[in-house]
Design a protein around this ligand. Structure first.
Ligand code: C5P
Length: 220
């Protein structure tokens, strides 16, 4: 069974998806981490998002693995631990730029479907319920006021990487990223027609998790 959770940056999807996956006993797919890792990998090789020929070759050598260590989910590209490297603001922006490339999306989509096949997953991202798993049993789309999302994202960066970042700058970046994600021609971010839409602006994490769980339990 697949539960999809989509929505823009800073809306709390990662936290909600992780908690929900634990409470229902499903695996967790962080598709954003795949876009981030690929952007980092391409950047390290000096490859631009328009360079389809080199990207295709690079994708052959791109093996991403999610490994749970001491209760923490770690991300590896081949044998390198990139868990923290992919969380910077620079990589957030770069990931959105690479995410407009159709070749990349096609390969990552295949990887996501292969990973999830015949298993129970909570899949989180921008296009999980719309383009990657259109037949998912439960679909959620989380949204929130951009200023609130910027505040959450700044707190997250402080917690995760110890970085103090100006919230106004984060808001600018989030706004740019939203625009890029929502207006790209391939798999733009939008709610699936059959998604339950939750505005998380004034809800606690606990409130949102309860809402998600109640939809799943009431329809199970
Ligand atoms: O969710 P996260 O902030 O980690 O995603 C980083 C970027 O990766 C997004 O801004 C988006 O451009 C891209 N992405 C995507 N499709 C997904 C997940 C992420 O295009 N399913």
């Amino acid at each position: 069974m697949i539960i999809t959770i989509d929505g823009p940056s800073g809306v709390g999807k990662g936290t909600i998806a992780r908690i929900t996956s634990e409470s229902v006993g499903f695996n967790y797919l962080d598709s954003g981490a795949m876009y981030r890792a690929l952007a980092l990998f391409a950047d390290l090789h000096g490859i631009q998002k328009e360079d389809d020929k080199r990207l295709k070759k690079l994708l052959i050598d791109f093996h991403i693995r999610f490994i749970k260590e001491d209760g923490k989910e770690k991300v590896f590209i081949n044998s390198d631990d990139v868990t923290e490297d992919i969380r910077t603001n620079e990589i957030s922006t770069l990931a959105s730029k690479f995410a407009v490339n159709e070749t990349i999306r096609g390969v990552l989509r295949q990887m996501q479907r292969r990973l999830v096949k015949n298993k129970n997953y909570v899949a989180e991202g921008r296009d999980m319920g719309t383009y990657v798993f259109p037949g998912a049993e439960y679909k959620f789309y989380l949204d929130a006021d951009p200023a609130i999302r910027a505040n959450r994202r700044a707190l997250q960066l402080k917690e995760m990487l110890g970085i103090n970042i100006n919230e106004t700058k984060v808001l600018e970046e989030i706004t740019k990223r939203d625009k890029l994600d929502m207006t790209r021609s391939v798999c733009p971010l939008h709610p699936a027609d059959d998604a339950v839409i939750i505005d998380t602006s004034i809800l606690s994490i606990d409130d949102v998790v309860k809402k998600v769980e109640s939809v799943v339990k009431n329809n199970a």
